[in-house]
Design a protein around this ligand. Structure first.
Ligand code: NAD
Length: 495
């Protein structure tokens, strides 16, 4: 695909050719049983550009039935063959990366270069779990010479994957690839504002050789399509990424079927800068941590905790970099894209307005905006609230937008206490040249993942997930494969 020509064609036509419109069930496109459709929007222009299936319980029933029918054969497929299919999927994804990135940028609003990174990350997930498929091994148990004790490692069965809108493709890949490697079948429900790349991925996996019914996609709203999926008695595991209240409901629905869950929920993650840090590196880190994807990142570094001695110097550097951000439509490779939907943009604005009403004055930003070229779209200025009290909602509540709260720490222990001072515990960043202090903080901060001297360091190899209100269970890394496996122990008398 020629990206520049596609961008020109899109802006001229207001839509893209050959986008998927139906569910993907049992290896083929499936029109919604009830016949209803809903629209997906370009957040950079604030207008609809495509219609897709608004799924209901009947569509979920067909998808789960297809997954259940495919489970036996897929679970018995030689592990190396499952791996080979995932390897082919990764290669196809790389070959078609331009198209995937284009659609991901358009549907989510994120800048094209960020979407390109996400597609590369998704391809890496398929490569990584392709290699894991034939390295899933069991154990023998020492129960005496006259006995044989061993384990069989089996797939859990049909798995449901509820995908959020902020990283639609890469979140889908990091859940689906280990499930398929483990021999599980999948029914995925992408978010209602970003359905397209999940559908494209399902079709691509079929071309890579995935048997019909192993991966099914039902699109639609959380209430109409998501809720019946997570409550379905044939679903044995749910991987959910999204907000805390929805995650709590998903856990309750799964509990009725005694199905397992992994919950990847929100965050209010700290990025700590100690006084001996490289301040330019740290300021670069802050910009990536909170303004990538306009702050719509579960693991965003939304709190900058800085030692008092360097507070002014760090904030000055961050403000300088904020002024260099370019707001605008993601397809123009800007550095601050729109928020994903009008309701979400309104939520972010309401939280910032409430902070201003409490007397907080933003150091920069603080207002809703539009694309300076078109005067359209759902944008929000890069915003900083400096020296905020720990109890303020700007410090405690996830805003999920380009809004940074700065907290001032007196010393390392105070910084650690501030880092631990919210209900969330997803990730943490630490910038310092003091090796021992960095690792003491890594020990003492409650988080699922700690980055030292590079926020977001790591990749698919490193387990990811939260503690407390950020959820539980781990995705990525070899840990993730075990979400989709169960142990059967066998004990036999042999003589
Ligand atoms: P959300 O909870 O509203 O929606 C997430 C998904 O759940 C969507 O696909 C939605 O359709 C579906 N859903 C909604 N109601 C449902 C129901 N009753 N049953 C089943 N599915 C249902 O969250 P959101 O607003 O789309 O995403 C933003 C939130 O997600 C933020 O809080 C963010 O921190 C979190 N998030 C976490 C991670 C992580 O890995 N920890 C990653 C991305 C986003």
């Amino acid at each position: 695909m020629n990206t520049d020509a596609a961008i020109r064609d899109y802006f001229a036509a207001g839509t893209l050719p050959a986008l998927p419109s139906d569910h993907f069930i049992a290896g083929r496109w499936a029109a919604p049983v009830a016949g209803a459709r809903m629209e997906t929007f370009d957040p950079g222009l604030g207008r609809a550009y495509h219609a897709f299936a608004a799924g209901t319980e009947e569509d979920v029933e067909r998808a789960v039935t297809a997954a259940h029918a495919a489970q036996g054969a897929w679970g018995r497929t030689k592990a190396s063959e499952r791996g080979a299919i995932l390897t082919r999927a990764a290669a196809l994804l790389r070959a078609e990366a331009a198209r995937f990135a284009f659609v991901e940028s358009l549907d989510s609003g994120k800048p094209l270069q960020e979407a390109e990174g996400d597609v590369g990350g998704a391809a890496r997930a398929f490569e990584y779990y392709a290699g894991a498929a034939d390295k899933i091994e069991g154990e023998t148990y020492p129960i005496g010479d006259a006995y044989l004790g061993y384990s069989r490692i089996e797939p859990v069965g049909v798995t449901a994957h509820i995908i959020p809108w902020n990283f639609p493709l890469s979140t889908a890949a990091r859940g689906i690839a280990p499930a398929l490697a483990a021999g599980c079948t999948v029914v995925a429900k992408p978010a209602e504002t970003t359905p397209l790349t999940m559908l494209m991925l399902a079709e691509l996996l079929t071309r890579a050789g995935l048997p019909d019914g192993v991966l099914n996609v039902v699109t639609g709203t959380g209430a109409e399509a998501g809720a019946p999926l997570v409550a379905h008695p044939r679903v044995r595991h749910v991987t959910f990424t999204g907000s805390v209240p929805t995650g709590q409901g998903v856990m309750q629905a799964a509990a009725r079927n005694v199905a397992s869950v992994v919950l990847e929920l929100g965050g209010k993650s700290p990025l700590v800068v100690l006084k001996d840090a490289d301040l330019d590196d740290a300021a670069d880190g802050v910009i990536g941590a909170i303004y990538e994807n306009a702050g719509q990142v579960c693991s965003a570094g939304s709190r900058l905790i800085v030692e008092r001695a360097v507070h002014g110097a760090v904030v000055e550097r961050v403000v300088e970099r904020v002024k260099a951000l370019r707001m605008g439509h993601g397809l123009r490779r800007t550095t601050l894209g729109p928020l994903n939907s009008a309701p979400h943009a309104a939520r972010v604005a309401a939280k910032v307005d409430a902070a201003k009403a409490r007397g907080l004055a933003p150091l920069v930003g603080g207002a809703a905006a539009t694309d300076p070229e078109t005067d359209a779209g759902w944008f929000f200025e890069a915003t900083i609230f400096d020296d905020v009290a720990e109890s303020d909602p700007v410090v405690q509540d996830e805003i999920f937008g380009p809004v940074l709260a700065v907290q001032v720490a007196e010393d390392v222990d105070h910084a650690t206490a501030l880092a631990n001072g919210t209900d969330y515990a997803l990730v943490a960043g630490i910038y310092t040249r003091d090796f021992a202090a960095a690792h003491r903080m890594a020990r003492d901060i409650d988080a699922g993942q700690v980055f030292i001297n590079e926020y977001f360091a790591g990749g698919i190899e490193v387990p990811f997930g939260g503690n407390r209100h950020s959820g539980f269970g781990r995705e990525k890394g070899l840990a993730a494969v075990h979400n989709y496996l169960r142990v059967k122990s066998v004990a036999a008398k042999i003589g």
